[in-house]
Design a protein around this ligand. Sequence first.
Ligand SMILES: [Zn+2]
Length: 249
Amino acid sequence: MPEGDALHRAAERLRPLVGQRIEAESPNPRGKATGVARAVDGRVLEGVDAVGKHLLLRFEGGVVLRSHLRMNGRWRLDPRGGERRGLPWLVLRGREWEATQWNGPVLTLEKRAVRRLGPDLLADGTEVAAVVARVRLADQSLLVGEALVDQRLVAGIGNAWLAEALWHARVSPWRRLADVSDDELADALAWTRDHMRASVRGTRTPRSVYRRAGRPCRRCGTPVSSRGLGDMNRTAYWCVACQPSRGAA
Ligand SMILES: [Zn+2]
């Protein structure tokens, strides 16, 4: 099946960009109309796979670009910033290389990325222990403050709930997953689930740390800290006294 072969070769060609944060643009108006460049610009390319007749480029945040080359489409990889003739549909620029996609004809964002979501914390069938087990499958050098908002590991937790949950569980967002016990993870997740459910029913949970930087911790009075955390640079809020960085105090 020549088409599949061509796609595997194209996937191979793009691999040097994997792991890099990508600058994307669409010099060709037809490429620009797909909205793909805007959706992937600034995201880390996490993987490239040839699946059937499609090339799937997986970007951080669950964004998946699907490329079907039909007869005329092709991908090239060239040193970054070289001379170019013509208008590619898409340019993906890494540190040393840039990939260009020519002649489309099919360049779309994968609508089914939702399948990659982790278990929904609020769903009736979701057990906290199963979520903990899934988090253990992730890279354990991740900070707990990035892991629990990674929707591929567990779906539903945003930055505010994360900050509150870790404060209640007395876990610093800056600890690596490897240094956080199952009990601590389960504590934080169960607290989040219970209070999110309450919130769905209309019961508000007063905030303890989220957006309270500099104000006293409600438990110990230490001023609440805040700082950007992780690749997405979300602001973390925590109490350095109640949530020490190195294991339990
Ligand atoms: Zn405190």
